[in-house]
Every structure is written in structure tokens, then in C-alpha cells.
Design a protein around this ligand. Structure first.
Ligand code: BES
Ligand code: ZN
Length: 616
């Protein structure tokens, strides 16, 4: 009854009050099938978090207050997943009614809050579930220094709703502030202006002044310290890893400068990297102002720093110009891979950029073979599906090849100018595939759209494909053939230090081993020379263990198991478990997985559960 009065009152007031217009982008916006939000009615503009991290119960508890544009809305609909809602207040501090909708296996549950068309502020008191999809609560054993627990969040693609009730769609942009209370021996960090050291109270405030998509709201809490690289870049890591991390990523400042030279001023002021424990499911995550990164990129020779260039590139492609829905994910990743390789070419030269392009192409070939045909186009349709189901190298490397094709066709100079303008004219906006195509036709191709169907909408390989090549890799291939011939001719193996080549060269070398032509004896011979089985370089380990599994070279099994138990990066887990599965070693796979699974993040578990048909 009380609510009815409110609504009536609200409607009456709207007639005279002047509610802000909903942003005009609404009409051109694509439908996001992965959210319950009704953006035509209400659109969040600012979020204010007041939360506490409870390491005993593995819960985040507190409140989220929203400022939203209200277009005659009687409800504010938020996305939630496994959240407990305690109460909901309006601006006047009065409670309002709300309900949780039916559970959807992909979207979670709608939180439907009754508001009046006059309301623009709502506050939700809530708690997360101990198994919130976004959050990983690590015990000290699962960290580098093994002394303190650690908490990390991973929002992309649709996991933010499991730790914050939110309109969880990339077409929303909001600023946020947060007050975070943590245990006193830990430092909280967010995708925001960050503290550089711990304080005595264990209470920290954060501010993200530029509007970002909800999947980019991020939190990590751990015993970490900061080491600046220059006046706008630096590294956070556990004390025992900080020195190595800062050395490995020492070129971050140069990367930002190189990136700015290409596509305009760095839009987020600060670019820091947080090195996470090894169970972090991705190589990197482009959380604005604070990229999250895997420690497996710290290989000791700075050869994997393209990962940092990649996340930095997202500062433009993704964070500044954002895919409108997850169907347009290639708009984030394809541009970013192209940009990543341009940054690396600037810093390390063309030979390096060529190597990572070939590696990426090989990954694309694998994806094309393994994923459902319908997900081999750049633009996809994921209605009724989980965005993670479509995740593959297609948006990355097919996207890259498309942009590279445009560069080749129109010339680098023209293409750079085009991209520079594209970013500046769409800054802080969302981008659909269609909007990009229109912009491309108007600003680069002079109306020509002959390649659009072939590259963007068709599945499979495009006809006019130019395969990347690498001179350094050609040498590597020759070396492999020579070694194998020597082995078969019983030439005594002579130990060679792995440092004679860079990580990518070794990865390529190992990838060229032909599981149908080469034998276990060939592997043993290579191992006698290079000692791959005992390598401590995760890229080399992954490539080698994969071949070893496929060829039943069991000598690696102890080390491979240790690797799979310690590392939770999905890019490594997928090929290794798949190799076990495809070589009829499903029992071994399940055996390892049983011990390793507790160390994996939800997204990695989901992938491997499905692959191995594993029921916990
Ligand atoms: N944004 C992605 C990671 C991501 C994508 C998380 C989709 C969740 C859903 C990130 O920028 C990325 O692509 N990381 C790569 C880095 C690599 C291409 C250098 C990774 O994690 O391997
Ligand atoms: Zn990316």
C-alpha cells in the first residue's frame, strides 16, 4: 500500500520535475542478451560501495548505492548471482520493496527494486556467497610468499554481478567510489586511484573518476607492495616477487609512451600492474589503472611482456571504446591484439612482433578446429548462451588478421590516422560491430564494404588470408630437424642452455614436433639436450608437456602434475587436459584435476569440468 502511494506521488512529481534525458546512444544500442537490466528505463551513472572483506567466511558484506538516470521507471532492475540481499533503501533512507526474479543458469537472478519515476538514488545492503563466481579466496599456501591469504576478483565477462548487484552489461558506463575494510595485514587495490601502502585502520577509500563498464570494476586484497617504474607506471606484487616483477616489466613506461605515439594520450593517468598468485585464470586483465597479471609472465628474460602491452592496449580498445555487447567482443580483442603487436614492434622490433603473430596464428588454427563453427565468425550471436562458451582465439587473432589486412590495403600511415581518430571520436562510448563498419566505410575505405561479409560475418577462414611468417622461427624449425636427425643417427646429445633462444622461439620449436612422425625416443633425445622437462618457464612447460602427454612420454608426468596443480591460467590448462583426454589418459587427467581443482578460479573450473565431464 505504502508503495502504491509512492509510485502515484512519483508520477505526479515527474510531470513537473525535469528528469534527465536518457543518453541518446540508447536507440542505436544493440540488445545485450546477458543482462536483466532495462536500460531504456533506468541507467546507472555512479556506484558507491561500502564493503568489508571477511576472510573467515569468504564473503564480501556491505552496501552498494547507485545514482541512476530515471526515465519514468517504476523499477530498477539489477543483475545478481548468488547474492543475499538484506535490504534496499531509497534516497530518503526509507526501505523500499524488492524481489529476486527466477534463476537463470546464465544471467543469474534479476533484483527488481520498486522505485518511483522520481527516484535517482537507491542503496542495496547485501552479502556475497562464499563461492561467488568472480571471487577467488586463496589461502596462504596458494600465494607466492605463503604467509597471507589473498582475494581477487575477475569481472569479465558477466561475473561482476556475483560480487556487486549491478546492471552488468558493457553498454553501461559508471564512475565509482568505494570504501573497503580489510584485515590490517593486507592491502586492498581496485581499478581506481590506489593506495601505495597499508594504513593502520585497515580502511581504504577509492575513486574511479572516469566512467567505465561494470566488468572493469575490480578488487584484489593481499600482502602486496608497490614499486614505481616511472612517474605513471609501477608494479604491485607480494614482497618475495616484487623485485623480479619490477625487473621483468621495467619497460612499462616506454610502452605507454609508444602506445600514446600511435593512438593518442593515455586516458587513465596511471598504469600499474598487479601481479597475482598463479591461480589467476588469465594472462592478464585490463582493469583500468591497475592491470591484473599472471606471475607466469615473469620468465626472467622479459620475453613475455607483450602481455603487458596487450593489457595496456585495452586502455584504448576496450576500456575507452568498449564492445557494446559480448557479441561484439572482437571489437575489444581484435583491436587490442593488433595494437599490442604494434607496441611490441616499436619496442622490440619487427622480428619479435612477427614471432607473436605466428604464435597467435597457430592458436587461431587450433581454435578453428576445436570450437563450434558458429563461433568462428568475428561477430557472433550468443543469445541464450554464456559469453564464455564463445571464448576462443577467433576474436583475438581473426580480429587481428582483419585489421592487418586493412593496414596492408590502405597503408600504415592512413590506417594509423584512422585508428587514432576512431579512438578519440568514440572515447568513453560503446561500439557495436555495425557502428564500426559504418565508421570504417566513412573514414577509411571510401564506401567499400566488399570485405565486411567475408571477414566479419562469415564463419571459417576468409579467402584473402595472409599468413604471418617469422624469420627467427624458420631458423628454429631447421634446428629441430637437425636435432632429430642427429638423434636418429645416434649422435651423442650435448647439453644446451635454454637461454640460447627466447621463450617464443622455444615454444615454436616444441610446437613443431610432429606427434604423428616423431617418436618418444625423439622427445627423450631433445630432453637430453635441452632439459625441457625441468624447465621453469611456464610457456615452455606448457608446450612441452602437451607434446609429452600426446606422445605418452611419461617422464614429464610428475613435473606436469605439479605444474597443473600450481598454475590456474586457463590458457595452459586447456591444452594440457585436452592432450590427456585425446591420448586416452582420462583417468590421469581426472586424477590430476581432483588435486588441482581447488586451486582454480571458477572460470577455469567451468571449462575443465565440461571438458572432462567432471562432477565434483
Ligand atoms: N580481457 C582479456 C581477458 C578476458 C577475456 C577475461 C574474456 C574474461 C573474458 C585479456 O585482455 C586478455 O585477452 N588476456 C590474454 C592476454 C594475451 C592475449 C596476451 C590472456 O589472458 O591470455
Ligand atoms: Zn585482451
Amino acid at each position: 500500500m505504502k508503495n502504491l502511494v509512492y509510485i502515484a506521488l512519483g508520477t505526479a512529481l515527474t510531470a513537473v520535475s525535469c528528469n534527465k534525458q536518457i543518453s541518446s546512444t540508447t536507440e542505436t544500442e544493440a540488445k545485450d542478451n546477458q543482462t536483466f537490466a532495462d536500460l531504456d528505463k533506468a541507467r546507472i551513472k555512479h556506484l558507491s560501495l561500502d564493503i568489508e572483506t571477511d576472510f573467515d567466511t569468504h564473503q564480501i558484506k556491505g552496501s552498494a548505492a547507485y545514482t541512476f538516470e530515471n526515465n519514468q521507471a517504476k523499477q530498477l532492475i539489477l543483475d545478481t548471482e548468488k547474492l543475499t540481499i538484506d535490504s534496499v533503501l531509497l534516497a530518503n533512507g526509507q526501505k523500499t520493496t524488492y524481489r529476486l526474479g527466477e534463476k537463470d543458469s546464465i544471467k543469474g537472478q534479476a533484483l527488481i527494486i520498486d522505485v518511483t519515476p522520481n527516484d535517482t538514488i537507491v542503496k542495496v545492503f547485501y552479502k556475497t556467497s562464499p563461492d561467488a563466481n568472480a571471487l577467488q579466496w586463496l589461502n596462504p599456501q596458494q600465494t607466492h610468499d605463503k604467509k597471507h591469504p589473498f582475494l581477487l576478483s575477475q569481472g569479465q565477462a558477466i561475473l561482476t554481478r556475483s560480487w556487486i548487484p549491478i546492471q552488468d552489461t558493457p553498454s553501461v558506463r559508471l564512475t565509482y567510489d568505494a570504501k573497503v575494510k580489510t584485515p590490517k595485514d593486507l592491502l586492498p587495490l581496485m581499478s581506481a586511484i590506489n593506495p601505495k601502502e597499508k594504513n593502520f585502520e585497515g580502511v581504504y577509500t577509492f575513486k574511479m573518476p572516469q566512467p567505465i563498464a561494470p566488468y572493469l570494476i575490480a578488487l584484489a586484497v593481499g600482502d602486496v607492495q608497490y614499486q614505481p617504474i616511472d612517474n605513471r607506471t609501477g608494479v604491485y606484487a607480494e614482497p618475495g616477487l616484487l623485485k623480479a616483477a619490477a625487473w621483468e616489466f621495467a619497460d612499462m613506461g616506454k610502452m605507454v609512451t609508444a602506445a600514446e605515439k600511435l593512438y593518442g594520450k593515455y586516458p587513465w593517468e596511471q598504469f600499474d600492474v598487479l601481479v597475482l598468485p598463479p591461480s589467476f585464470p588469465f594472462g592478464g586483465m585490463e582493469n583500468p589503472r591497475l592491470t591484473f597479471a599472471t606471475p607466469t609472465a615473469i620468465v626472467g628474460d622479459r620475453s613475455m611482456t607483450n602481455l603487458i602491452a596487450h593489457e595496456l592496449a585495452h586502455s584504448w580498445s576496450g576500456n575507452l571504446v568498449t564492445n557494446s555487447t559480448w557479441d561484439d567482443f572482437w571489437v575489444n580483442e581484435g583491436f587490442t591484439v593488433y595494437f599490442e603487436r604494434r607496441i611490441m614492434e616499436e619496442l622490440e622490433g619487427k622480428d619479435y612482433a612477427d614471432m607473436i603473430s605466428v604464435i597467435g596464428f597457430q592458436d587461431l588454427e587450433t581454435s578453428m578446429k576445436n570450437i563450434p563453427e558458429k563461433y568462428t565468425s568475428l561477430k557472433v550471436n550468443m543469445k541464450g548462451a554464456n559469453p564464455d562458451d564463445a571464448f576462443s582465439d577467433v576474436p583475438y587473432d581473426k580480429g587481428y588478421l582483419f585489421l592487418k589486412m586493412l593496414e596492408d590495403k590502405y597503408g600504415r600511415e592512413k590506417f594509423d590516422k584512422f585508428l587514432n581518430q576512431y579512438f578519440s571520436s568514440h572515447a568513453f562510448q560503446t561500439m557495436t560491430t555495425e557502428k564500426f563498419v559504418d565508421y570504417l566505410k566513412a573514414n577509411l575505405t571510401n564506401g567499400d564494404d566488399s570485405f565486411v561479409q567475408e571477414w566479419i560475418y562469415n564463419t571459417g577462414w576468409p579467402k584473402d588470408l595472409k599468413k604471418p611468417t617469422s624469420k627467427l622461427f624458420d631458423l628454429t624449425e631447421a634446428q629441430l630437424q637437425q636435432d632429430i636427425t642427429n638423434g636418429r643417427n645416434k649422435v651423442a646429445p650435448k647439453k644446451v642452455a635454454i637461454s640460447t633462444k627466447s621463450t617464443n622461439e622455444w615454444v615454436h620449436f616444441i610446437r613443431q614436433i610432429d606427434t604423428t612422425k616423431n617418436t618418444k625416443e625423439d622427445l627423450a633425445y631433445l630432453d637430453a639436450i635441452y632439459d625441457f622437462t625441468n624447465s621453469k618457464n611456464p610457456e615452455i612447460e606448457c608446450a612441452w608437456f602437451e607434446k609429452a602427454f600426446l606422445m605418452h612420454y611419461d617422464k614429464v608426468n610428475t613435473n606436469a602434475k605439479e605444474f597443473l596443480v600450481n598454475v590456474g591460467r586457463r590458457k595452459f590448462l586447456e591444452p594440457l587436459y585436452l592432450a590427456l583426454k585425446e591420448s586416452n589418459q582420462l583417468d590421469l587427467a581426472k586424477n590430476i584435476y581432483k588435486d588441482a581443482r581447488p586451486n582454480y578460479h571458477f572460470v577455469a573450473r567451468q571449462t575443465i569440468d565440461t571438458m572432462l565431464n567432471y562432477k565434483p
